[in-house]
Design a protein around this ligand. Structure first.
Ligand code: COA
Length: 162
């Protein structure tokens, strides 16, 4: 009997991707056969980078992870997971303040599809305080974001705010 393949989806807006996200992706890649990084259009958030730019940036910084694939989506997360035959949704939990929202999201997703399990991974403590909006704000004011995002993202932010 062949073992069932475990595919996880890790979704977010990734505006832009940070070392905190990459830390979660690396942990998920060690646990699952395949990880699909789902880039949500999130038009309500009015992202700084277009969906195409975010997909390209995320792809460019994840070349070291052969089991990780990247795709954009503009649908329910569960429909995206189903389209990729994923049986797990991975979420990152940084601090207790993330918990309420994550609890609500996971409960709603479980209600909508009980066959897809949400699991939570903690990023390295050095990345607990990073968020994409803080990175954008610091970069927009000319601050140094090298410690929070890969070089390619630093350059993309510099171009946006040039
Ligand atoms: N490292 C760094 N930052 C992190 C992080 C980590 N490990 N984990 C979360 N964050 C940050 C994100 O960068 C983001 O920062 P920002 O708000 O400053 O930009 C913030 O925490 C929130 O992240 P997240 O909870 O992943 O929100 P999101 O908007 O990026 O993604 C979706 C949320 C896309 C997963 C969710 O809206 C969704 O599922 N959308 C699809 C539609 C749907 O199915 N809706 C019904 C849900 S029941």
């Amino acid at each position: 009997m062949t073992a069932k393949k475990n595919t996880a989806v890790y979704a977010g807006t990734f505006d832009p991707i940070t070392y905190g996200h990459i830390d979660i992706i690396a942990r998920a890649a060690r646990l699952f056969d395949e990880v699909i990084v789902g880039i949500a259009a999130s038009s309500k958030k009015q992202p700084l980078f277009t969906l195409e730019e975010r997909v390209a940036l995320v792809q460019s910084v994840l070349t070291d992870y052969p089991s990780v694939k990247v795709a954009g989506f503009n649908s329910l997360l569960l429909d995206f997971a189903k389209a990729h035959q994923a049986n797990v949704i991975v979420r990152g939990l940084r601090t207790v303040t993330d918990f309420d929202y994550e609890f609500q999201l996971a409960s709603m997703n479980r209600h909508l599809n009980p066959n897809i399990e949400s699991i939570f991974l903690m990023p390295d403590e050095n990345y607990m305080y990073i968020s994409s909006s803080l990175v954008r704000e610091i970069a927009s004011l000319g601050g140094d974001v090298k410690g929070f995002v890969p070089e390619k993202v630093v350059l993309a932010l510099q171009q946006k705010f040039a």
